[in-house]
Write a protein that binds this ligand. Structure first.
Ligand code: HAM
Length: 416
């Protein structure tokens, strides 16, 4: 038997319905913030992610699905959405006509070669959004507010937004140097991963899960102490705005994010201090890194699967209607043909209708009525059909009503 690949999953049944519910909430919310939907290809030129996300990042070093196609092109399965959206922004030359910000959101599968465990998969979904053209703390606040409201509308009221600032290029560079100087004498005391990170991506040492409680990490220099005046003012303004908007946040200097493209504000969404349910921040340099003109940008991505798990753990009730409106029972050929015709009419009019497609006995069909939790049922009957009538039964009250077939749609409209 061929089974699904490690770290991938099938989505069906109740899980599919839950996702449809979550999708509806998230896309309605995005529309309120005037974000339009975007979908980018599953694979892109490898260079896009390698250069965009950063050669030294864990993602590019260890996690990307890189392959050559039959035309010898170097391709990568999309590990995240930001670089792809920037490629779209550049390819369509939106930078040339930025009279208003460009705001887009996505709900896409991502691929990372990671060790699968609860909430960590190789194929997973991110709901994310990106905004180009604004370089103001107010646009940072709007992005954080959209992320915050999404979790709250999904019933996760206890989330904390952890924010930090890496500052502009100069502040970030000063901080990196200070951190490297500070860590150098202690590096042999840290875990193997951190020793590797020290060479390639020292900021990542700060959010190492293994060493997080060590004094070395606790006493490390803090990004906020290295912000230059402009970066500091910008961050202070953001905090004031978040207070004003009554958004629950915490400043946490350990939030540095794993991808290279961030500057200024970065943030993560956590629940009960466990893994991140989402993360984002400002990336003013990425458009330029990928070959465009300097363009400010900011965004966020929710780990969709982790968020669903968190909803389950917090017993958030997802209203799923798993009942059908009407079951049409039939035995004779004319009854079955009429069931097909009526089902067609009723489905077009918006009702959820089932018929017997297996030529089963009435007794078995009644069992389906219960399994499908049908709200109404009709036992089609040749004598009634000759008079253009049906007997509609309310499956809850067990009351029956004889009605003309032509009146069925109006009747169901009134009673459902
Ligand atoms: P990221 O932190 O790499 O950021 O991913 C965002 C979220 O995706 C994480 O917080 C996590 O919830 C979820 N996630 C990541 N990897 C996995 C996995 N293997 N399995 C399940 N969930 C996972 C980005 O991807 C940035 N592009 C976010 C962004 C958008 N920044 C600016 N705009």
């Amino acid at each position: 038997m061929i089974t699904k690949q490690k770290g991938t999953y099938d989505i069906f049944g109740e899980e599919a319905k839950k996702r449809a519910y979550v999708d509806e909430i998230l896309s309605t919310l995005c529309a309120k913030y005037n974000y339009g939907y975007i979908e980018t290809p599953v694979f892109e030129a490898s260079e896009l992610f390698h250069r965009g996300v950063g050669e030294a990042t864990d993602m590019v070093q260890k996690e990307t699905y890189d392959f050559k196609d039959r035309g010898d092109r170097n391709l990568t399965l999309r590990p995240e959405g930001t670089a792809s959206v920037v490629r779209w922004f550049l390819e369509n030359k939106f930078y040339g006509n930025l009279t208003d910000p460009i705001k887009v959101f996505y709900n896409m599968k991502m691929y990372r070669y990671e060790r699968p465990q609860s909430g960590r998969n190789r194929e997973f979904t991110q709901w994310g959004f990106e905004c180009f053209g604004c370089d103001d703390a107010r646009s940072d606040a709007e992005v954080i507010s959209l992320a915050y409201n999404a979790y709250r509308l999904l019933g996760l009221d206890d989330i904390t937004i952890k924010i930090n600032s890496l500052g502009d290029k100069e502040s970030r560079e000063n901080y990196r140097n200070a951190l490297v100087d500070y860590l150098k004498p202690h590096i042999s005391e840290l875990c193997e991963d951190c020793q590797e990170r020290f060479q390639k991506n020292p900021l990542r040492i700060l959010d190492c899960k293994v060493d997080s409680e060590s004094d070395i990490i606790k006493n490390a220099p803090k990004t906020l102490d290295f912000l230059n005046e402009e970066s500091k003012e910008r961050f202070d303004h953001l905090c004031e705005l978040l207070d004003l908007m009554e958004i629950n946040y915490e400043v946490d200097c350990k939030i540095v994010r794993g991808l290279d493209y961030y500057n200024h504000m970065v943030f993560e969404v956590v629940l009960d201090d466990s893994y991140a349910l989402g993360g984002g921040g400002r990336y003013n340099g990425l458009v330029e890194t990928l070959g465009g003109p300097s363009t400010p940008a900011v965004g966020f991505a929710m780990g969709y699967d982790r968020t669903l798990l968190a909803m389950q753990e917090k017993n958030v009730r997802i209203p799923i209607d798993d009942s059908i409106d009407l079951y049409l029972l039939s035995v004779s050929d004319t009854e079955k043909d009429t069931a097909a015709y009526l089902a067609q009419e009723l489905r077009l009019n918006g009702f959820v209708v089932e018929t017997d497609l297996l030529n089963r006995s009435l007794k078995s069909q009644f069992k389906s009525v219960d399994r499908y939790k049908a709200k109404f049922l009709i036992v089609l009957n040749d004598d009634d059909l000759a008079k253009n009538e049906v007997v509609l039964k309310d499956n809850k009250t067990k009351e029956e009503e004889r009605i003309k077939m032509n009146d069925l749609v109006d009747y169901l409209d009134m009673h459902l």
